[in-house]
Unconditional design. Structure first.
Ligand SMILES: NC(=O)c1ccc[n+]([C@@H]2O[C@H](COP(=O)([O-])OP(=O)(O)OC[C@H]3O[C@@H](n4cnc5c(N)ncnc54)[C@H](OP(=O)(O)O)[C@@H]3O)[C@@H](O)[C@H]2O)c1
Length: 275
């Protein structure tokens, strides 16, 4: 969730009241302002820290005068980034820390040393990754004593790579939680690198309309239910900052979504039925 000013604080409070328990951050979100604002909410809400899970990430570094945009999974960068997140959030510990992107120059042993330092100092409880392929996941896992708990990847009606590239299979096999970023892209707004034609969009919209009526809900909540149906236990990261939408998203959990409608929506997305 991106948070800005008072609207951001209202969004966080709406999420807490609606029962959300995990809040996803990264050192780069809002250039650090998202974590700072969240830290203010924590300070203004005694007891809140103990009720929620705080997750943050790093390795993405933006270009500046002397350096190109890059990923940095060096021990120094991971540790200093986590220290920055803790300071901005005003907390002693992150419940989860994720490697935000697979660094082409990732040395798994070095990341393991960083994780060990963070765990033994109590600054991070558990670890995970984001946007990792199955082999990148295996590589990092092979250097770690504890299981990685999360792989946060883009999964939505437009980007179904995780259904086919083994990520969801790996999650299911190892009991890793797949977190879905941009879960309603392609439905509520065009996805990154949108490849849907007008014809695709019309077909998907028509099916979503039928299903929204059938389940007495809204099209974007069908898109969330479609993710929730997957047996790997996808956890959609809801990015809305609108309190009504934040509350509404929870109702997707109550949709008794059928296998048949899951495949109908896949068929509408693909424009062809499964073989
Ligand atoms: N690991 C990664 O590489 C990565 C990459 C991207 C994102 N993320 C994480 O994933 C989270 C979720 O991604 P996201 O923010 O793109 O999530 P999202 O939930 O797919 O999209 C949220 C956006 O959709 C809008 N929206 C929600 N419902 C809508 C509706 N019914 N109609 C029209 N617009 C609607 C929201 O606007 P309002 O705010 O106005 O409601 C907001 O701008 C992020 O906040 C971030 O924490 C991670």
């Amino acid at each position: 969730m991106r948070i800005e000013g008072d609207a951001g604080k209202r969004a966080v409070r709406a999420a807490v009241d609606a029962g959300y328990t995990l809040f996803d951050h990264a050192d780069i979100y809002g250039g650090g302002t998202c974590e700072t604002l969240f830290g203010e909410v924590l300070r203004e809400s005694p007891g809140l820290r103990e009720k929620i899970l705080l997750q943050s990430k790093c390795v993405v570094r933006f270009a500046d005068d002397s350096s190109p945009a890059r990923y940095d999974s060096s021990r120094e960068h991971i540790i200093s980034s986590v220290n920055g997140s803790l300071a901005r959030l005003g907390v002693e510990q992150l419940d989860l820390f994720l490697v935000h992107r697979p660094d082409y120059l990732m040395n798994a042993e070095e990341v393991a040393v960083a994780f060990d330092t963070l765990k033994s100092s109590g600054k991070v409880a558990r670890f995970g990754v984001s946007n990792f392929s199955t082999s990148q996941f295996d590589l990092l896992q092979s250097a770690l004593p504890d299981p990685l708990l999360v792989n946060q990847v883009e999964i939505n009606l437009h980007n179904i790579d995780a259904l086919n590239n083994g990520v969801l299979d790996q999650c299911q096999r190892l009991g890793i939680t797949p977190q879905a970023w941009c879960p309603i892209a392609g439905v509520a707004y065009p996805a990154w690198g949108n490849t849907f034609t007008d014809e695709d969009t019309a077909r998907i919209r028509a099916e979503l309309e039928i299903q929204s009526e059938k389940y007495n809900t809204e099209d974007w909540l069908i898109a969330v239910a479609w993710l929730l149906k997957h047996p790997a236990g996808i956890s959609p990261i809801i990015g809305s900052t609108t309190p009504d939408r934040i509350r509404a998203a929870v109702t997707a959990l109550d949709i008794d979504y059928s296998r048949e409608d899951w495949y109908r929506l896949l068929e509408a997305r693909n424009g062809v039925s499964v073989p």
